[in-house]
Design a protein around this ligand. Structure first.
Ligand code: SRM
Ligand code: SF4
Length: 577
């Protein structure tokens, strides 16, 4: 622990804080009664308190919502199951790791792999009796699930594909270093899931960065290499934008206070874009990350979890306060931010040649789900590819996958497999589809108000009819769907966004910037499929006809007054209050 006097929530009696604060404090560094709960064969669940602690170990207790009513009628407990999320900073794995995860998914989970918007894997449908075996299998290939969820620093994301250029390799390695540096030190994970003995039950554990109560809320970090903004750096609590000069990263612009989550009709909650607060040298990145986390640990709201994200600390206290506080803790100030330019928050699908001549194939993965569909055995095909590919599998923050580092001579074999399993990007798919993201939502997400992953692809089928009519099939337009306002698909930085309100009903937002530098604005509220199509059709047709050369859809709807430009998160919420 540092010597900073805690004048804020951390110094208050636990009774005055959110109940989760006591829970964390008393958990013996994230142990709770998890060991006993996992061994209890009577129920498929763990205790309520332990469901909070599993998150810090990368695990969520869920139930299959499709089966809720049926099981309630049959007087059975919900179909409890677990979701496990891997910590994979920078998003790349080896083909051996891919093969192992593929097998674990088929053996212990629901036979699918989920690629997430934070560049990692989730397993769904894991029964309690299989959970430890799954976690042990993940650890056996050098991966883990530590801190993938919970009130800690989450998976650190970076511009995808470390094999694309030396700068990409450097940011991927930096993501790994930040993740290691901020990883909880508690030995509970190894004791509970890997059966490693702990001599004193955690009594000698320490959390030098977090302390006993960890953070007030989750914390997210991204590193990006301009002109790519695939990581949506402005949606992150803390971001690093690489400044590349003569092919070398000379340092990073630092961004703070971004975040997406909000609650419908609660104006005190809002998405917020991060502010650029300065520039730091590569050797200072870890200190900036550690002290920023420390500032949030000490000043974040520990009473109201809806106001506990770092974005509210920044919004309430201002960036000047943050810059001063960071300088005080670091013993030096950030330098002035350097110029940078971001082009896109999407992925470029298809083949791309890297700086060293090797090839990379980015596959659009529909809604991020890897599974065998009739006529498109994606999971089997990727398994076969992993058996022959000599490079890496790189996950993107747009839920896509890059077969990274293919030598010129190996390309025909990879192409043959892509063809054999029907995995080539569908040439008939619109550019909009390739720029789409859908969060998981139903049936596993306990917070979903509407469908997302299972619905967006078919909605896009219908939107594509309009795109064809307008001649916009090849126009990249970002579209994202979230099953609730928490915003796991980062919808508020998409040119078109649909955010779930109720089954079959969505709020429609328009007008974010294609490169993620502007929020969108509410356009229509609580509408179903036909109304969504009716609302989008005239705007897309007008865009096709009246846009200026090179003008993006999001910029067009702002210029022509379809929606008002949102300058700050608070405007955004006021608009819908
Ligand atoms: Fe998320 C909660 C899925 C990225 C904001 N998110 C959840 C939970 C765990 C639901 C829950 O709390 O019970 C979802 C699990 C669903 C399931 O069945 O798998 C869930 N979030 C996801 C994933 C899997 C969406 C996806 O389809 O890819 C993403 C996993 C990321 C990862 O690998 O770590 C995911 N979530 C995000 C992002 C995007 C990002 O991080 O860049 C956001 C918006 C950015 C942000 O944090 O502000 C996001 N998730 C939330 C929130 C709202 C937080 C807030 O500040 O209000 C919640 C709810 C909460 O924390 O209370 C949430
Ligand atoms: Fe669940 Fe909402 Fe996140 Fe979608 S946005 S995964 S519905 S919490």
């Amino acid at each position: 622990m540092d010597d900073i006097v805690r004048r804020f929530d951390l110094s208050r009696p636990l009774e005055e804080l959110h109940p989760n604060e006591r829970l964390k404090h008393d958990s013996r560094f994230l142990r709770g009664t998890l060991k006993e709960g996992l061994a209890d064969p009577v129920t498929g669940a763990v205790s309520d308190a332990d469901t909070q602690l599993t998150k810090f170990h990368g695990i969520y207790q869920q139930d299959d919502r499709d089966l809720r009513d049926e099981r309630r009628r049959a007087k059975l407990e919900p179909r409890y199951q677990f979701m496990a999320r891997i910590r994979l900073p920078g998003g790349a794995c080896t083909t051996e790791q891919w093969l192992a995860l593929d097998e674990l998914a088929r053996r212990y989970a629901n036979g699918t792999l989920r690629l997430t918007t934070r560049q990692t894997f989730q397993f769904h449908g894991v029964l309690k009796r299989n959970l430890k075996k799954l976690i042990q299998g993940i650890n056996a290939v050098g991966l883990d699930t530590v801190a993938a969820c919970g009130d800690v620093n989450r998976n650190v994301i970076s511009t995808a594909n470390p094999l694309q250029s030396p700068a990409h390799a450097e940011v991927c390695e930096l993501a790994r270093r930040i993740s290691e540096h901020l990883k909880p030190r508690s030995t509970a994970y190894r004791e509970i899931f890997l059966d490693e003995p702990s001599p004193d039950g955690g009594a000698s554990d320490e959390e030098p960065i977090y302390g006993r109560q960890y953070l007030p809320r989750k914390f997210k970090i991204a590193v990006t290499v301009p002109p790519q903004n695939d990581v949506d750096v402005f949606a992150q609590d803390l971001g690093f934008i690489a400044i590349v000069e003569d092919g070398r990263i000379v340092g990073y612009n630092v961004t703070v206070g971004g975040g997406m989550g909000m609650t419908h009709k609660v104006p005190a909650t809002f998405p917020r874009l991060a502010d650029v607060v300065g520039f730091c040298r590569p050797e200072d990145v870890l200190a900036v990350a550690e002290h920023t986390v420390g500032i949030q640990r000490d000043y974040g709201d520990r009473k109201d979890r809806a106001h506990a994200r770092f974005k509210y600390t920044i919004e309430d206290r201002g960036t000047d306060w943050f810059i001063g506080e960071l300088a005080r803790r670091m013993g030096k100030a950030l330098e002035p931010a350097r110029p940078f330019r971001l082009d896109t928050s999407g992925d470029r699908c298809g083949w791309l040649q890297g700086a060293d001549g090797r090839w990379h194939y980015t596959m659009y993965i529909e809604a991020g789900r890897v599974y065998d569909a009739p006529g498109r055995p994606l999971m089997t095909g990727l398994r076969e590819l992993a058996r022959v590919h000599k490079g890496l599998f790189a996950l993107t923050t747009n839920q896509n996958l890059t077969i990274a580092g293919v030598e010129e001579r190996d390309r025909p074999a990879i192409e043959a497999l892509l063809r054999e399993y029907g995995l080539e990007n569908d040439a008939r798919a619109s550019a909009m589809r390739q720029h789409s993201i859908a969060c998981v939502a139903l049936p596993t997400c306990g917070l979903a108000m509407a469908e997302s992953e299972r619905y967006l692809p078919t909605l896009i089928d219908r939107i594509e009819e309009i795109l064809v009519e307008a001649g916009l099939e090849r126009e990249p337009i970002t579209i994202r769907m979230s099953g609730c306002p928490n915003g796991c698909a980062r919808p508020y930085v998409a040119e078109i966004a649909l955010v779930g309100k109720a089954p079959g009903k969505y709020n429609l937002y328009l007008g974010a910037a294609f490169n993620g530098e502007r929020l969108n604005a509410l356009y229509r509220e609580n509408i179903g499929e036909q109304q969504i199509l009716d609302a989008l059709r005239p705007v897309l047709l007008a865009y096709a006809k009246e846009r200026k050369p090179g003008e993006r859809f999001g910029d067009f709807v702002i210029r022509t007054g379809v929606v008002r430009e949102m300058r700050a998160g608070r405007d955004f919420q006021r608009e819908q209050a």
